[in-house]
Design a binder for this molecule. Sequence first.
Ligand SMILES: Cc1ncc(COP(=O)(O)O)c(C=O)c1O
Length: 285
Amino acid sequence: MIVHLNGKLVPRDQALVSVFDRGFLFGDGLYEGLRAFDGRVVAMDLHVERLRQGLAECRIAWDAAEMAGLTDELLRANNLRDAFIYWQVTRGTPGPGQAVRGRVPAGPMMPTVMGFCYPTSGLAQNAAPAVKRAVISQDTRWLRGRVKSISLLGGVLAAIEAHEHGADDAILVRDGLVAEGTSSNVFVALEDGFGGTRIATPSLQSAPILAGVTRDLLLAADPAIEERSISVRELVEAREIMLTGTLSMVTSVVEIGGRPVGTGRPGPCAAGLLELLLRLIHGGR
Ligand SMILES: Cc1ncc(COP(=O)(O)O)c(C=O)c1O
């Protein structure tokens, strides 16, 4: 595996970072996860914009637009066309003589920029939604959920605890409202009162969640999807629950807290969301 580190492409065992890097000591950094199909990255513009906004909020000086060209270079160096690509930008490492534990950075530093990629399935292998069993967990993470921080301990613990309870993942809730998955956004299919189904996803105002790129693509393509607050009760009574993410695409949650969701099998809404996403990607999004 060839890794990008601070402007250089190096073999993975030569991609070394200082133990005083603020990403390592404080989790003081951001990341992006991207997906390429047949050599083309999905929605690069949205990933660049999300990283740009996160870097600005964190006062880390790096030009997020560089990610596009560097991603193409990294894919070529690894000879990959269907891949997951990970980028991480930390505030950097204090220089000699500078305080290493100050919460306020010792002075301007060069951000540490690291990227790697690994092979994933092609578009044709993603025709059906994957299936998961989930538990409901209280969201104990920080309140700046829109910032794609590398400090993922809250999500990591929720996922570990879900596994300890025999589930695949956790759906996080806060103040009685649905937030998101540990690495995905949540969509629910609800009865519309007229015998039909409507799809809804938590609004960014209703919970501190990430504006997922997959979520954004689906919302832009289907104006019928509602963005609003979703109660835990609506979640457990939903006909279908779907999780969306760059790597997982659309997953169908068939069991929540040990009880079947709807029929207990992936339903038409999960299939429909995945079909829409595949159509967008085929169409060059
Ligand atoms: C907490 C969280 N929410 C949502 C998502 C989905 O975002 P995207 O669709 O941009 O991959 C992720 C992806 O890593 C995530 O970690």
